[in-house]
Design a protein around this ligand. Structure first.
Ligand code: HEM
Length: 154
């Protein structure tokens, strides 16, 4: 599927998911249930805030390859999650990905193989980027977008 078509399908599916009031709750329910390692990382988290972060991240993930602002945002997300900060090891992103795909399947009433492919494409680029920064020794305050995400996905 070409990138523009995937982006359209992703955008429409994402709107349908957001119109389901349980979408973000359901994702975190699944994600926290997926492993004790995940629950441990989120001890003390304010989930009202965290759901807002997730919603924003998803809109930036879909623009990740085309938009400088999204690049900057995801670079900061990558730094927050790196070894030095929240220390989120790459394997945990597989759980994140699987939980998100299951949640979309439940929440998008027009779910189809094309929708699945469009989400997988969009999420994988962002995840690959965040994981590639795991070992970087950077602090959130010093991070800035430099276009490397857009370049990496080409
Ligand atoms: C592509 C996947 C992911 C995205 C887009 C994402 C996005 C975010 C964002 C935007 C924040 C807030 C950052 C800030 O404070 O500015 C955050 C915080 C956090 N994320 Fe992720 N995340 C992802 C995967 C994961 C995974 C796999 C874990 C594993 C446990 C995780 C654990 C956390 C934790 C512990 C926090 C801090 C929560 C707190 O403030 O207490 N994230 N994430």
């Amino acid at each position: 599927m070409d990138r523009l078509k995937a982006l359209d399908i992703f955008n429409e599916s994402y709107s349908r998911c957001l119109s389901n009031p349980s979408f973000l709750d359901l994702f975190y329910e699944k994600f926290l249930a997926s492993s004790p390692a995940i629950r441990a990382k989120f001890e003390g988290t304010d989930f009202d805030q965290q759901k807002k972060h997730l919603q924003l991240s998803l809109s930036f993930l879909r623009m990740a390859t085309t938009d400088y602002e999204a690049d900057r945002y995801l670079r900061r997300v990558a730094v927050v999650h790196n070894k030095r900060n929240r220390d989120i090891p790459p394997l945990l992103y597989d759980l994140w990905f699987n939980c998100m795909m299951e949640t979309v399947e439940i929440c998008d009433y027009q779910y189809s193989p094309d929708v699945e492919e469009a989400w997988a494409q969009a999420l994988k680029i962002g995840i690959r980027y965040i994981v590639s920064k795991y070992d970087e020794d950077e602090h959130p305050e010093s991070s800035s977008g430099n276009g490397d995400l857009a370049r990496a996905s080409r």
